[in-house]
Design a protein around this ligand. Sequence first.
Ligand code: OAD
Length: 236
Amino acid sequence: MPKKIVILTGAGISAESGIKTFRDPDGLWEGHRPEEVATPEAFRRDPEMVYRFYNARRNRLQSGRIEPNPAHLALVRLEQAIGDSFLLVTQNVDNLHERAGTKRIIHMHGELMKKRCQYCSTISTYDRDLTTEDQCSSCGETGGMRPHIVWFGEMPFELDRIWSEVADCEVFAAIGTSGVVEPAASLVHEARRTGADTFCFSLDSPENRGAFDNFIEGKAGETVPPWVDQFIASAS
Ligand code: OAD
């Protein structure tokens, strides 16, 4: 049986695909920090602004200029090699892992390509900009559609499953995440507590660098593929 691996990805894995990370020095949008827009309070105060922010991100993702990079593709090779022993937990709301071919994935912070009705909780995909006029096709209410995104102060999705998979893994690797947003930043502690080998791939030293056994510095598109290939070779 191959080793059970949990991979945690963050904005850094999509940086080489052309998506800005959250904590880029030039990460302001219309003068706001993303943390000021991605909140339930911002949505109550100014839904049009929050829609503009997510519509712009979603449109850019579909513009044809954003493609999966070698790090996304390497994780697909890893999944194909070890099957059900693989789980990818991503904080990213883009769909680059799926576009690369990943199947076993949890989007703990939601998905840009989906909307959710605040009245009946129905989740669906959509193909045009979200507005305050949108009607839910399930319950018929107007004005309650929101991006299917976990905002600051809200609970990430599937936490129980994520926690138990991490407690059960033999290898835990975090790729391109700054280690400042909880609870994702604490998953490495759970992996270490239960004896997993832990790896961190990042351009800079993350906040929780000290919690990892191994730190591999550099661009994910350059560091992750050789690690995956070596792992597959040693497992076969
Ligand atoms: P951040 O923007 O906080 O961190 C990105 C990390 O990736 C940094 O540590 C960079 O050094 C690293 N990085 C940048 N380019 C890289 C590259 N080419 N290869 C490898 N590493 C690279 O993004 P996250 O940690 O994902 O939450 O942010 C966590 C959460 O904070 C997000 O999911 C979002 C945000 O607020 C919600 O929206 C709820």
